[in-house]
Design a protein around this ligand. Structure first.
Ligand code: BGC
Length: 768
């Protein structure tokens, strides 16, 4: 037990803040070039660098339906308005590599001719090259979170960087580390899940993959990242996209900020800002969050880009500015460096007026432009504004496909298996459900188009679940009767008139039923949700099929955990494939057949009830059972599956959990080791998760917190000792006074079913 507060006060140590140096040492020669270029620029040129426009406004569709870039318009935008950045794909639909090379080359030619400064072109290449046809699409980030494999994250990012540069695009709007702690939010699948450490480790791995090891010198095969959406975007009070968050200062600092802090320290070139507000302050208007936390406290020297039209939104949605000019004043003074103002050049006029009126200081403009120029120099764009062609022959190759398949196999989660899996060959399978034969739901939003819809033609060569099962089990053995289907031209949740009886009839000829259910693709506001339960039609389908008595395997293919408590008991096995990408069908077939082993674990808590939307790190008081006596108060966490849960075709035994220090202080590193044995008969990979519990603390402690993880491969019978090096400071929390606090008292470390005690002997406060 902890000692009294008095004793804590007597024994505490304050580690004074040291003046922060930039985490990535600056390159003096590069900085000199930045200064030289900056010194030559007029105010108009500087402001132009701070504007990002949407490519769409520079062209139109011709009579054949092909989008054509209007060169004269482009010329004006660059020569007159001096625009420094352009983004997006026309009609938010993927174009060919050759087309991208041409468009961006033209933009670069004009930028170099009129400005002597290259453009920084940005695309939402989120889980692979979303907007470039024929490239590699990986599983969505939520699957990478479920894989608990940081190497996979890095490799996927490396390939996406290479393929982006093949298309002449140097900048991607990724990684996404909005903690997915609210299952209602439509962008749950775009980050690595609900936990800060998973997101932190993944973001660092991806930044290395995208940018390479030296953020000062990013070579022609790597790209700049825009870690987004800074920050707490995934915590809307309403569950709806781009709506306000109300969060305690502790959770903001300890959890939501942490992956962004790690991204800054890893040298992410840029960050994109959260469109919504936190505790009444729109993030785009927050000097504290943008300038103080990132640029001053961390000395992060990258640039901040707004999200879509978000300066305008300060007056049109958030109502903290009286007009657009006022909104620009607020946002630029808060620390925004580049305005993604997709459809207008007003920004240039209004910002110039603000500078001339003294409402935005020239030093702020110089700071913003310096950051933008630094990113362009770091990307090597001044020396080589264009990439692609020779050296990029591996675009869309089999080697990349194999990595995407591996990522899919390592990220589909086995949640229940009464022994029916692996599914032997030779059985007749009824494949049913709306997700059974569509690529769209396998690859999700941000795939060929913004919503992932209307692009089946671009994903034709990949296998749906149906096609993959036919290849694996033989077409004659698969009966496809979907029972429920989506309205492909409707909204993501719209379904056609169900034909459940047809599926029930077809079940008579089958030995086993695979029901592929879940959601169609979406992102952002079009993905908003009114009811977390899985659609009634789909649940009715499963209920009707259960009455046939044939065994059911549920395959969940969804961007967020939809409630299924009434149908889960009807299934013999459940696999949550999340959104596994173009190779997700093949991966599923390999896993169901036992040709590959499951190794993923849930990246978020899967709720069972609509009023129990917990995360794994809930407070102890949320799960205390029922009290005895007349007043039988209770508090119970009701989960379908916990965070970190996932089984496989083998079993693992944990033993010998040890920590090298029974007592520690803030500067110590704890060495924690545990033996993990594969006790089954199949090889497998096990994600090993290290948790801690702070037993008593001066503010209510979480019941447990993930502190580190790794993944090991084990042959049958093999034992490996897994060792974690855990800085004692990582056991600290943010106290009521906002300070990082490592408090004297007892901790428990947990791995698998093992626990070991340790204790902090001296309270300390520190900054990080
Ligand atoms: C999204 C961002 C995206 C941007 C550019 C916004 O609507 O919120 O995630 O990067 O558009 O396409």
């Amino acid at each position: 037990m902890k000692k009294t507060i008095l004793v804590i006060a007597m024994t505490c140590a304050v580690v004074t803040a040291q003046a922060q140096k930039p985490a990535i040492p600056r390159d003096a020669a590069l900085e000199a070039k930045v200064e030289k270029t900056l010194a030559k620029l007029t105010l108009d040129e500087k402001i132009g660098q701070m504007l990002e426009l949407n490519l769409d406004i520079m062209g139109r569709y011709d009579a054949t339906g092909k989008w054509q870039l209007n060169e004269t318009m482009l010329d004006t935008l660059i020569s007159k308005w001096k625009v420094g950045s352009i983004l997006n794909a026309p009609g938010t639909r993927a174009s060919s590599v050759e087309q991208w090379q041409k468009w961006i080359r033209l933009i670069q030619e004009k930028s170099m001719k009129y400005l002597g400064i290259p453009d920084i072109y940005g695309l939402d290449h989120n889980h692979g090259v979303t907007y470039t046809q024929g490239g590699t699409l990986f599983p969505q980030p939520i699957n990478i979170g479920a894989s608990f494999n940081t190497e996979l994250a890095r490799t996927g990012a490396e390939i996406t960087a290479y393929e982006s540069r093949a298309a002449n695009c140097p900048w991607v709007y990724n990684p996404v580390v909005d903690l997915s702690r609210d299952p209602r939010w439509p962008r749950v699948y775009e980050s690595f899940g609900e936990d800060a450490i998973v997101n932190s480790k993944m973001v660092v791995a991806e930044i290395k993959g995208y940018q390479g090891d030296d953020p000062n010198h990013i070579d022609r095969f790597h790209v700049g990242t825009s870690t987004k959406h800074y920050f707490a975007y995934g915590a809307p009070w309403t569950g709806k996209d781009r709506t306000p968050a109300y969060l305690s200062p502790q959770i903001i600092r300890e959890k939501y900020f942490e992956p962004f802090r790690q991204a800054a320290l890893a040298g992410t070139l840029t960050m994109m800002v959260n469109s919504a507000s936190i505790n009444g302050v729109p993030v785009h208007a927050s000097y504290e969050y943008l300038t103080k936390w990132l640029k001053e406290d961390l000395q992060w020297d990258g640039f901040l880009v707004t999200d879509w039209a978000d300066i305008n939104n300060l007056f049109s949605r958030e109502k903290v500015a009286k007009d657009k000019k006022d909104a620009i004043r607020i946002a630029i003074n808060a620390g925004i460096d580049m305005s993604m103002d997709p459809y207008s050049v007003d920004f240039c006029v209004l910002l110039k007026e603000l500078v001339n009126e003294g409402k935005v200081k020239m030093s702020r403009i110089d700071d913003a432009v310096r950051r933008i120029l630094r990113a362009k120099y770091r990307l090597g764009l001044f020396d080589e504004p264009n990439t692609g062609g020779k050296g990029f022959e591996k675009f869309g190759c089999d080697e990349f496909a194999a990595k995407a398949l591996q990522a899919a196999e390592e990220s589909e989660v086995l949640l229940k298996n009464d022994g029916i899996l692996p599914l032997a060959k030779g059985k007749k399978i009824l494949l049913t459900g709306p997700n059974a034969n569509q690529m769209r739901c396998l690859h999700g939003g941000w795939s060929y188009t913004w919503q992932g819809s209307r692009a089946e033609d671009l994903a034709e060569k990949y296998n749906t679940i149906y096609e993959a099962l036919c290849n694996k089990y033989g077409q004659d053995n698969i009966i496809l009767e979907q029972g429920v289907t989506y309205k492909e031209n409707g909204q993501y949740f719209e379904e056609n008139e169900p034909q459940i009886q047809k599926a029930v009839d077809a079940a008579a000829k089958a030995d086993v039923i695979i029901a592929a259910i879940g959601e169609n693709s979406y992102t952002e506001t079009p993905g908003n949700l009114n009811d977390l339960w899985l659609s009634e039609n789909q649940r009715n389908l499963v209920k009707a099929l259960a009455k046939t008595g044939k065994p059911i395997i549920l395959v969940l293919n969804e961007g967020r955990p939809r409630l299924i408590a009434d149908i889960e008991p009807l299934a013999k096995a459940v696999v949550d494939i999340l959104i596994p990408g173009n190779y997700g069908g093949n991966a599923l077939a390999n896993l169901l057949a036992g040709d590959a082993n499951f190794s993923a674990k849930m990246p978020y808590t899967y709720p069972r009830e609509i009023n129990s939307l917990n995360t794994y790190d809930y407070k102890v008081s949320e799960e205390v059972g029922t009290m005895a006596g007349a007043y039988n108060y209770d508090a119970k966490v009701s989960l379908q599956w916990p965070f970190g849960y996932g089984i496989s075709y083998t079993t693992y035994e944990y033993s010998n959990l040890k920590v090298d220090k029974s007592s520690f202080t803030a500067d110590d590193i704890l060495t924690v080791s545990v033996d993990v044995k594969n006790t089954g008969s199949r090889a497998g990979k096990e994600a090993v998760l290290l948790y801690s519990s702070d037993l008593i603390a001066s503010i209510v402690p979480d019941n447990k917190r993930l502190r580190d993880f790794t993944k090991v491969e084990l042959q049958p019978g093999e034992v490996k000792t897994v060792t974690f090096r855990l800085p004692a400071k990582s056991l600290a929390f943010v106290g009521a006074d906002g300070r990082w606090t490592l408090e004297e008292g007892d901790f428990i470390l947990k791995v698998g079913n093992q626990t070991v005690p340790t204790a902090c002997s001296q309270t300390s406060f520190f900054e990080q």
